[in-house]
Design a protein. Structure first.
Lengths: 272, 803
């Protein structure tokens, strides 16, 4: 499991990084934590002529409070975010979701934006981004743009990022006056979820519910606490669910039917 | 036991292992000029090899050789196997490939990166053939043949009959039958295979280093393949090995492969197996389909058993297969007093990786069938499963007990052990918890498993597979030799070497305890070196660490050597202390008069006498203090003409009780309580024993709930990474309550029985029984993944059972 030969660059600034991306396009890959990228390179599942290591770009290693949103730079690791003193207060859903992301050791290297870039259908951070209605900041030599999660997350392992773009940051809206809850079913501690559920509830029982692991990208729906069970059941039928070694579609739907109302109930409790 | 023997001494090995100072094969220095190998493997489950073109690969910078099966066939002979069948295997695929992952080409280069780059340039053309994956399908006449010359995939069928099953079935009140399948899985050591090989053209000899675990009966298999006599194949084992669990027996084809690569290139060749290769092609336990039937009385007493065991060994039989099918043979009736049994053993080949020894070694497969049957009998007769078990257990008065198939169970009090487990394990409380859970609409079940754990195999066990006539012709095979050597140097320092290989079991500590007990020395004063070197150390075909042979075998050999040295030192000491030999004792580093302890000499001083002052030795005593202990127990006789065989030396007993609940949301099996009662005779070191039990338990849980090698219909391997092949981690392993009982073995001076594999055998059966109880089903497929549990529950709804 040795990778094919590749070149390695370690720019100090975002401008240098996007310059390299513009030059090399598809042949270059961004390296931050490497927790998804490096195994794929070692297994020779993907190729890269050039790895652009952004983990030391100071401008990307920042958590910035923009008032009503929090901007998390591309070099910020999952553990760094978990250790941010204001996480529980401003981004309670992420605070609830992060302990489910991999293991302590992998969170030391894995980045928040890296998980969003990778876009595994059952991963927790993209689900949190979708439910919270967050956004992705993309930079290239051509300029910069901000895409809402809905537009950015397209399908399994597929996003709207162009080959010459790098994710500079993700933005999460600050959550105030609402309750949040997150839970998932996985085979083992730290594994990818079979089903992951995230909920944001306000005091009047309006709920924003997100589900990961059912379809190619996080699925989000608004519902009310009243009648949530029936609504979730119907939604599960619509989504159908994947078939893989760990669960049949029917099993995924059954898990969602039971887990969904539980998570909503907890979010409601939290809102009160 | 004296001194520190029997005490929970912390391990001597641990400070180095826990601080990153283990010396594993990949850490050891290699000769200058060593090249690195990479194996190109078959992507097909079954195919003819049409053409291999290594020209482009060979032209790549830094590549020294591109070796094919044809090159290997010219230089080596096929590996010897136990079954007389035209099934030939070399170190690389010859003419056809028979499993995904089979080695086809070896690329040898300056480093592994270059070798892997060049491997992508090797052109291999295959003509795919139909593959057969399922063992029952492979037995059908229309099945594709893996080895056409064998004319069948079912390459060995043997019927055994003990007692009189016909009459027993005729007079029985009922017959209960079921089919039980044990899955295919492995135990994944942290360290994979490592081989370094050199060839000396001056005398056509090989020098190899590999983390091979034994048995060393495989050494002649390697030497024969390489066409050299034994002394021309030097095999060295590294000081440490990162776990094995049986798997590092099967590194031997790679030892031969790298040795041949060294011969071809004229340079030393090193190969380090990576995880992907290990999962797809290293080794696995065999999967087995067992049809089991019992003739019973209406009170659940078993009068006779019939077993048809169909075991799937993958594409080739590697020596010493079909071990797992025969290793348990004498103990095939388990813990029960059953006099009449028919056994049919069938070996079938399929297009999967060759199976071999893994921890449990046939026990898990047998006991899943036997213990599921016991539970099934209880359900059908509406009896308490514990009553059915108790009614059939071998009573204490019958020990030593000769089983129907010939095993000699040395000691045990099974009913008493069960009573302790039921009491200390609080079965009554578990039953209350089950009641409460069911009242609340939850699925809760209780399971049991009774297991006899054999240790130290009779090397003749595999010859049971031959007919008595064939055995007579070939000559008897039997026995098991253990060897250990103790040297005391001129300053009185004690060194021990022995015929076990190290994979982290703590053997150095246990040996130091055994030897220290006789010599009156603390564990810290005894140096133990276990890196076997076939050119310099004493070894037999039984050498190695496998089949739990340490406590019943090698530890005894060390004890015997220590006793001989003790007696010699007493004689020397008596002369110097001017007392009678009977009065001398070795205690706390001194050799002294028991009746007058002030009359004492330091151990080292007395020992030194033998080196420096032989004139002070007693008459006729040879100087130098060196003893080799050899232990060859007489109970391991060859198979009798009626096919009865004592397959192992000592037999421990395990009784497990567990309560489980099905998680209503995730469909996971949650273990509420797991109690395991162990009788392994005298424990040499309770800490080591607990370590072994916990490890086997973790692997038993893995087999019950997580680990399985999955192939699709075309034979593609779907468990190639740890994302797919789920090894439970510490977060997934439930708490374990361990209870102990000791019925010492009368067959060894130490009274200790080999202990290591028990929960691999008992835990899958215990958990399967609990699931059957929880869901009220008769068929439990392992591993009982959430997906399978969900399907079982859906199935019950469909059949109209209560959901």
């Amino acid at each position: 499991m040795k990778p094919r030969p590749f070149d390695y660059a370690r720019p100090d600034t975002v401008d240098e990084a996007v310059e390299l991306l513009a030059e090399h396009g598809d042949d270059a890959r961004i390296l931050a934590g490497g927790q998804s990228l490096l195994p794929m390179l070692n297994l020779r599942l993907i190729e890269a002529g050039l790895l652009i290591d952004i983990s030391r770009v100071a401008a990307l290693d920042a958590i910035i409070d923009l008032g009503d949103t929090i901007e998390i730079g591309a070099a910020v690791t999952q553990n760094e975010l978990m250790a941010w003193p204001q996480l529980a207060q401003k981004l309670p859903l992420l605070a609830a979701a992060l302990p489910f992301v991999g293991h302590f050791q992998t969170r030391n290297k894995g980045t928040v934006c890296g998980s969003v870039a990778h876009a595994d259908p059952s991963s927790e951070i993209p689900l949190a981004l979708a439910v919270c209605g967050g956004a992705v900041v993309l930079r290239s030599k051509r300029g910069s743009r901000v895409l809402a999660a809905e537009a950015f997350q397209q399908d399994m392992l597929t996003t709207a990022r162009a080959p010459d773009e790098l994710i500079a940051a993700v933005r999460f809206p600050v959550i105030e006056g609402k309750g949040t809850a997150f839970n998932e079913v996985a085979r083992r501690h730290g594994d990818f979820a079979i089903i992951a559920v995230a909920a944001i509830a306000d005091r009047r029982g309006a709920v924003q519910l997100g589900v990961g692991g059912m379809v190619g990208r996080p699925a989000v729906r608004s519902l009310t606490a009243d009648g949530a069970a029936a609504a979730i059941s119907a939604w599960a039928e619509e989504l159908e669910g994947f078939d893989d070694a760990h669960a049949s579609p029917a099993m995924r739907r059954d898990i969602l039917r039971k887990l969904g109302p539980r998570v909503i109930a907890e979010a409601i409790r939290c809102a009160a | 036991m004296s001194g520190q023997l029997g005490k929970p001494i912390l391990r001597k090995e641990d400070p180095a292992l826990l601080s990153g100072r283990g010396r594993y094969a990949d850490d050891l220095p290699t000769p200058v000029g060593t090249l690195h190998a990479h194996v190109v493997r078959s992507p097909h489950a079954h195919a003819e090899i049409v053409r291999i073109d290594g020209t482009a690969a060979l032209a790549h910078d830094g590549v020294w050789a591109v070796i094919t099966g044809e090159d290997i066939r010219k230089l080596s002979d096929p590996f010897l196997i136990a079954v007389k069948a035209p099934v030939q295997q070399w170190a690389l695929a010859v003419e056809r490939v028979r499993y995904v992952g089979e080695p086809v080409v070896l690329v040898v280069a300056e480093n592994r990166y270059i070798a892997e780059d060049a491997a992508e340039l090797v052109e291999i053309e295959y003509a795919p053939l139909e593959a057969v994956l399922d063992p029952q399908a492979a037995c059908e006449s229309a099945a594709p043949l893996l080895h056409p010359q064998a004319k069948t995939n079912e390459i060995s069928v043997r019927d055994f009959s003990y007692g009189d099953t016909k009459s027993a079935f005729a007079r029985a009140d009922r017959r209960i039958a079921m089919t039980v399948e044990f899955p295919r899985l492995s135990f994944t050591p942290i360290e994979c295979y490592v081989v370094v090989a050199s060839h000396n053209p001056a005398d056509n000899s090989y020098d190899t280093l590999a983390n091979f675990q034994g048995p060393f009966s495989i050494h002649p298999v390697m030497a024969r393949a390489l066409r050299v006599p034994g002394p021309k194949l030097r095999l060295r084992i590294p000081p440490d090995s990162g776990g094995s669990f049986g798997i590092k027996l099967s590194v031997f084809p790679y030892v031969v492969l790298m040795a041949l690569a060294a011969k071809i290139t004229g340079r030393p060749v090193k190969w380090v197996e990576d995880r992907i290769e290990h999962l797809v092609a290293a080794s696995s336990g065999p999967n087995r389909v067992t049809a089991i039937e019992a003739a019973i009385n209406k009170d659940g007493r078993i009068l006779a058993l019939k077993l048809d065991q169909l075991e799937d060994y993958g594409a080739f039989l590697r020596a010493p297969m079909p071990g797992p099918l025969y290793r348990m043979h004498g103990a095939v009736t388990g813990a029960y007093d059953i006099e009449n049994i028919d056994v049919t053993n069938r070996v079938v080949l399929t297009n999967k990786m060759p199976a071999s020894l893994i921890r449990g070694f046939g026990g898990p497969q047998l006991y899943l069938a036997l213990e599921r049957l016991m539970q099934r009998i209880a359900v059908e007769l509406k009896l308490d499963p514990l009553d059915v078990i108790r009614r059939n257990l071998i009573p204490a008065a019958k020990f030593p007990y000769r089983t129907a198939a010939g095993a000699l169970y040395d000691s045990g009090d099974y009913r008493h052990a069960v009573d302790i487990a039921v009491g200390d394990g609080r079965l009554d409380d578990l039953k209350r918890r089950r009641e409460a859970a069911r009242a609340a609409g939850r699925h809760y079940g209780i399971g049991f498993a009774a297991v006899v754990e054999p240790a130290m195999s009779n090397m003749g066990y595999l010859s049971t597979m031959l007919t008595p006539q064939a055995r007579d012709k070939a000559g008897p095979k039997n026995g098991a030799v253990s060897m250990a050597r103790i040297d005391i140097d001129p300053l009185g320092a004690v060194s021990v070497s022995a015929d076990v290989t190290v994979q982290g079991q703590g053997h150095q500590t246990a040996l130091a305890q055994v030897v220290g007990a006789q010599l009156g020395l603390p564990v810290g004063d005894i140096n133990v070196a276990l890196e076997i070197d076939t050119a310099k150390d004493q070894w037999s075909i039984a050498a190695g660490t496998y089949s739990s042979r340490f406590a019943s075998g090698t530890a005894v050999a060390a004890h015997l050597a220590a006793v001989a040295l003790r007696d010699k030192l007493k004689a020397i000491g008596a002369k110097q202390l001017n007392v009678l030999e009977d009065d001398v004792e070795l205690v706390d580093g001194k050799i002294r008069s028991r009746s007058n302890p002030d009359n004492a000499l330091a151990f080292g001083r007395v020992a030194a006498t033998s080196h420096w002052s032989p004139v002070l030795l007693p008459e006729n005593m040879a100087p130098a203090l060196s003893e080799t202990g050899v232990w060859s127990p007489p109970e391991l006789e060859p198979p009798a003409s009626d096919d009865r065989i004592n397959t192992s030396l000592t037999y421990g007993f395990i009784f497990d009780i567990c309560g489980i609940e099905i998680d209503p949301i995730s469909y996971q099996v949650r273990v509420d309580r797991y109690v395991s009662m162990h009788d392994a005779g005298r424990l040499l070191n309770p800490l080591l024993a607990v370590g072994q039990i916990r490890g086997a338990f973790a692997q038993g849980v893995a087999a019950a709930l997580y680990e399985e090698f999955v192939y699709n219909e075309e034979g593609a391997f779907l468990s190639g990474t740890f994302a797919d092949y789920l090894v439970p981690t510490v977060s997934e392993i439930p708490a374990l309550e361990i209870l102990h009982y000791e019925s010492p073995s009368p067959l060894t001076p130490l009274g200790a029985k080999g202990l290591a594999e028990g929960n691999c055998m008992s835990t899958p059966a215990c958990i399967a029984n609990a699931i059957a109880d929880a869901l009220g089903v008769s068929e439990v497929t392992l591993p009982a993944t959430p997906r399978r549990i969900h399907a079982m529950m859906e199935g019950r709804k469909v059949e109209g059972g209560s959901a």
